[in-house]
Design a protein around this ligand. Structure first.
Ligand code: SAM
Length: 301
């Protein structure tokens, strides 16, 4: 058992370096051996929320000085961290959960530290998106493994509908995050904006007690969610199957969507779809569905 930690300790961890450390997304045992070692070695742990990180450290028996670095002070805090690195300290940076910089702060700190000439070293580990993708099977481009990370979809209906329309045209799978208070709206928007047979993986509470992973055709996703009130609880990551060959799926490509959006600003949905089809060669029916989804989004704003 004690040998495990010496596996991590046998590597060198230069001083004057910022270590960007991934932390668990729910199960504390997912903290890697290297993460554990570096958190123990660091002169300070910079973090999004000192209370949250304090709890994580105490669960693994560590006590380190904590420095708050969050959205609102990232630039100035980065300056102070760069000074500490210049003085030869090792600083670890963690976000609240998962991998820093992935729908989380961290990018500005990394930029500032690198610009000041100090090394930045990643300690890879959990990320909700990658965990969901790893069990997405052939939703993930029949095994070729390409995907697009979409982060959080926009919360406003119109912007969300537009984002879904753009993502719908992707040949490969895409993955996004969602919060419990928006999951019902988002599944409804996906059902309205995507061909109904597209498969959707809903990953809920990954690595936690109530972990739940379901794959459903997108048209059935709203009903699936409504069938059990527990299904709307917790944190979500969604993986949406790609269009494959966009033509076969009938999803208009990005150019057809652009033309449709321009015409929709001036014309009724049916007329706009017909003209966009004539101009771009995309299917009238698919353009009309998209136009209706867009109008529904506009009305919801
Ligand atoms: N940096 C994190 C990562 O690498 O996954 C993501 C941070 S983002 C602010 C938080 C979102 O990630 C949550 O709202 C949820 O959508 C997703 N998420 C985090 N933990 C999760 C989990 N255990 N199961 C499912 N989704 C999760």
């Amino acid at each position: 058992m004690s040998d495990w930690i010496s596996l991590a300790a046998s590597q060198s961890y230069p001083a004057g370096t910022l270590y960007v450390v991934a932390t668990p997304i729910g199960n504390v045992a997912d903290l890697s051996l290297r993460a554990l070692h570096v958190l123990g070695l660091a002169d300070a742990v910079a973090c999004e929320d000192t209370r949250n990180t304090g709890q994580l450290l105490s669960r693994v028996g560590l006590q380190r000085p904590l420095v708050a670095v969050h959205e609102h002070n990232e630039r100035e805090a980065a300056g102070r961290i760069a000074e500490r690195l210049a003085a030869g300290e090792r600083i670890a940076y963690v976000s609240d959960a998962g991998t820093p910089g992935i729908s989380d702060p961290g990018a500005r700190l990394v930029e500032a530290v690198r610009a000041a000439g100090h090394p930045v070293v990643p300690l890879p580990g959990p990320s909700a998106a990658v965990a969901a993708l790893s069990v997405a099977g052939d939703l993930l481009d029949a095994g070729a493994g390409r995907f697009t990370f979409a982060g959080f979809l926009p919360p406003k209906p119109k912007a969300r509908t537009e984002a879904i329309a753009r993502l719908a045209a992707l040949e490969h799978a895409w993955v996004c995050y969602e919060a419990p208070h928006r999951i019902a709206d988002t599944l409804a928007a996906l059902a309205a904006g995507l061909p109904g047979e597209r498969r959707l993986l809903v990953g809920r509470e990954l690595t936690k007690l109530f972990e739940d992973i379901a794959v459903v055709p997108v048209a059935q996703a709203p009903a699936w969610l409504a069938a059990d009130p527990n299904r709307a609880k917790g944190e979500f990551v969604l993986v949406v199957e790609g269009a494959g060959s966009a033509a076969a799926d009938g999803v208009p490509d990005a150019e057809a969507q652009r033309v449709l959006a321009l015409l929709l600003a001036e014309l009724p949905a049916k007329r706009a779809a017909k003209l966009a089809a004539a101009i771009t060669g995309a299917e009238t029916g698919a353009l009309y569905q998209l136009a209706l989804a867009q109008r529904a989004g506009d009305a919801g704003d």
